[in-house]
Design a protein around this ligand. Sequence first.
Ligand code: SF4
Length: 529
Amino acid sequence: MKNFRKRHARAGARAHDWAPFRAAERLICPSVRQAPFRLALAYANTYEVGMSSLGFQRVYELVGETPMWTCERFFTDGRGIPRSVESDTPLNQFGCVAFSVSFEEDYLHLLQMLDRAGIPLRRKDRGPWDPLIVMGGSCASINPLPMSEFIDVFALGAAENVLPTLLPTLAEEDDRNAVLDRLAGERGFYLPSHHWPEEEERLPKLRKMELTAEQMRSPGNLPTSSIVTPKTEFANKFLIEMSRGCPEKCRYCWATFGMGKFRWHPADFILESLDRARAVTNQVGFVATAVGDHPEIERILQQALESGFRSSVSSIRIPAVKEGVLEPLHASGSRSITLAPETGSDRLRQLMNKPITNATLLEKVKLIFRHGFTQLKLYFIIGLPQETMEDVHAILELGAACRGLMLEEASKTGVVGNIHLGCNILIPKPYTPWQREPMDDKRNLEHKISVLRQGVAKLPNISLSMMSPRQAIWQTYISRAGSDAADAIERAARGQSLASLLREFPERIHPEVFQTFPRQLRWQFMSVG
Ligand code: SF4
């Protein structure tokens, strides 16, 4: 598919200056600047957020490794036409723009990026000279329907499985219709133009092409950072994926129900990948939904330490907190641990199918502080089915008990740390056992938030961050909506406030409507492959 120049490209706004970003980057994979085919790889958020995404970096590496292809990155930074980090080329000069989207909130940014580039937002308004718009990432696999009026092609599954079909199709076909016709017959793609969007409940079964356990036993399928930079949330860290899925089955969690069985990359591949990082950094971040459940986590952390790396991990499942994990992490300089008790009460935790008790959690927290960690992040969710005010108070009591353990340790060391409570609101996600649950009432949520705020204010060394109920209502809506969400999403992208959208589309957006879901859920046309 040919690259082209957009006739009505907007000019005028000053281009974002990518030079300091380029100068700060240290490349792990060789970068190919000249190739006959170019893919625009876009992240609908800032450089800092996008470059923190291992999935985004993985696509960049895989395209760059493909003969005859090169990849240029786009982010939301700046104003006017988005321009690539690599060569300052405008977004509208590419034949295909592939977005990697992991958060539904970024749908608005995605549309704003298209608008800034002069690319028609709705796929039906795009002509032969407009770029093909592709969307991958976890949002495409959770429920692509709300974006189906805007996106030409949804890539369902792992980049390793969909790029070998997408890239040759783009290279070999001459125009967007030919590309669409060919992809519609391939596994791992959902094309709203070809898959009968007007009959959402009768969409054909499509398979998501997730990375299988067998594929993960190949060293070429280990996602690691392709670029290390100080300008990300994980400054200067070389990220390595440990595993996919999770051995637990929490009822609200898409990561376990939507990503397939828990499987992991062999420890030897993970350790060998450190050799690639050595030339540019001594910091490594091990990432996964269940990092601590890798069967060889202790060996990996110990060997990373002995090789001179400072290690950190994304959140660990509570049962996986052990001396063999904490010791090498602390010895390598890590001082922060993140756990997700989710609720303050054992009763509610049982209901969400998370078989951890407060007693077990407190044992683990004690172990954490005893090993010299000073920062503890605890993630909670409010608005759960059958939640009472006692359960909300239990969050504060659990926070206070953790604080007691922290102070006990501080009395020996003289170092007082802090505890952060990160509270989210339940967003019932497609494919989870709670996908049909209604959202908690807005007024209930506001009351619960106020109780938490007042309680935390009385607890020194504890901080709290809260998701807003309005944000949760919007997220719940766009997580489970169909293609009829396009109007609301487009208006929100053009600046209409959520309050005004709630007034205008109350029957669609308001959480209570979700109690009337049909038996056949609209997003269930995708199965894990
Ligand atoms: S432990 Fe975490 S990742 Fe695993 S199922 Fe529960 S919420 Fe999901």
